[in-house]
Design a protein around this ligand. Structure first.
Ligand code: ZN
Length: 451
């Protein structure tokens, strides 16, 4: 039997932050793993926003298959905004009750693509036991009644399922998750549950998601998060070691994949994408948040996506816009265009290739545009800019992510006992399944021509 496997996702940790952590003395658990494993970098998906990224990590699919397009999007069939938590103000603007239902239940039960297979579904179908702590992509086959009285519906997750105190497959004695977000109570909750799971060796595969680093990085910037959150993040990993009887004992029992879902970059300015498209009210819906925007054309729009792209020429907040035209994707920046489409040998392109000089950009853009829930026009902002959300909130003065640029897109990748290391976050689920000898779903299998 292969070793059991722990997947640790540290939200928003950049490769540079990871390097500082393992070279310094504030993160003994991360340093220990780095000493005993292989470190590299991998590429996120686009938009590089947590719901999109975690869905890709857990299913091995791009947004074209898993169908989660953004933190906020327009549901064409239901003709309404879906908001997964850009900010408190955005949740309120979208309708608090609906947004909570969308985030807690619908993202997994209704929005996550039916063709996508979660790693929990695949492993448990093969007779293994999967566990998930706090990770927002959790779809599995086990019904879990809510823990708190004001939550009324059950959720379907893996056998061992823990989600912010709302769903708990087992009584662990963990403190309430949301007591003090800024003080690190979410990761403290994860650590308490993780300690319980490792003490009992209660899984074959554990997805262990730590979100507080990203929260600190939004507020204090990707460098400032070191001082605020790194020690706590590391302690949440160290808690797993202690439960196993020490770091060496932990690695005797478990293989490890540790990475983040996306990077972060400093933001100094915020723009309102709606303002740039003024006069089109009733024809388009704009959904923007962090460093990614989408524009949806309503059925009676007199403009097309090409016209929207032209209107955004010269906007300082917009680095590049992206759209489909027939069987091609079109990237546009300040009047210049790049057209591309996948062919058997890779990509056929015409125009200025420097427009998409970002990590793995053609592939990521193609997948984002092929998502049936995505807008007709996607916006990747310029460095230093953020787009305000529905509630007018932004992180100017702090950090953010979502765009195609390298700082938002590259993540640290650390593997212990997993070879080769994933080079994209979409390769994590196939690596996990491969480790256990379980066949990955068809969309995640290696193909002769890799586009
Ligand atoms: Zn974030």
């Amino acid at each position: 039997m292969p070793k059991k496997l722990v997947l640790i996702v540290v939200d928003g940790m950049t490769p540079a932050a990871f390097e500082r952590a393992v070279e310094g003395d504030r993160a003994p658990a991360l340093s220990f793993l780095a000493e005993h494993g292989a470190t590299s970098t991998a590429t996120s998906v686009f938009p590089s926003l947590t719901p999109v990224c975690l869905s890709s990590i857990v299913t091995g699919a791009g947004p074209d298959v898993h169908r989660i397009p953004h933190l906020v999007w327009w549901h064409r069939q239901e003709r309404r905004i879906v908001e997964y938590g850009s900010s408190f103000a955005a949740l309120r603007a979208a309708g608090m009750a609906q947004s909570i239902t969308d985030t807690v239940f619908n993202m997994n039960q209704r929005h996550l693509g039916a063709d996508a297979v979660t790693v929990y579904e695949a492993l448990e179908d093969a007779g293994l036991v999967a566990a998930a702590v706090n990770i927002t992509c959790y779809r599995g086959r086990h019904r879990h009644p809510p823990t708190l009285p004001w939550v009324t519906k059950a959720a379907y997750g893996p056998k061992r399922f823990f989600y912010y105190s709302l769903f708990e497959s087992d009584r662990t004695g963990a403190p309430l998750a949301v007591r003090n977000r800024a003080g690190g109570s979410i990761d403290e909750y994860a650590a308490a549950v993780g300690r319980w799971l490792v003490t009992r060796d209660g899984f074959d595969f554990l997805a262990y998601y730590l979100s507080d680093f990203d929260y600190a990085s939004h507020a204090h910037g990707p460098t400032g998060a070191d001082d605020v959150a790194l020690v706590r993040t590391d302690a949440a990993i160290g808690a797993l070691f202690e439960a196993a009887g020490g770091p060496d004992a932990f690695l005797e029992r478990y293989a490890v994949i540790l990475h983040s879902d996306h990077g972060q970059t400093d933001v100094g300015q915020a723009a309102r994408l709606e303002t740039s498209l003024a006069g089109l009210e009733g024809e388009v819906v704009v959904t923007a948040s962090n460093r990614a925007g989408q524009v949806y054309l309503l059925p009676h729009a007199r403009v097309d996506a090409g016209e929207l792209a032209r209107r955004l020429d010269g906007e300082p907040a917009v680095e590049v816009t992206l759209r489909r035209e027939g069987d091609e994707a079109v990237a546009r920046r300040a009047g210049e265009e790049l057209r591309f489409r996948p062919v058997a040998t890779g990509w056929e392109t015409s125009g200025d290739e420097s427009l998409l000089d970002h990590p793995d950009a053609l592939r990521r853009v193609w997948s984002a545009l092929a998502n049936p829930n995505a807008g007709e026009l996607l916006v990747s902002p310029a460095e230093g800019w953020e787009l305000t959300d529905l509630g007018g909130s932004h992180h100017a003065g702090g950090g953010s992510h979502g765009s195609l640029v390298a700082g938002d897109s590259l993540v640290p990748m650390l593997t212990v006992g997993i070879d080769p290391a994933p080079t994209r976050i979409t390769e994590v689920a196939p690596a996990v399944l491969g480790h256990f000898g379980v066949e990955p779903p068809p969309y995640a299998r290696p193909v002769a021509h890799v586009v």
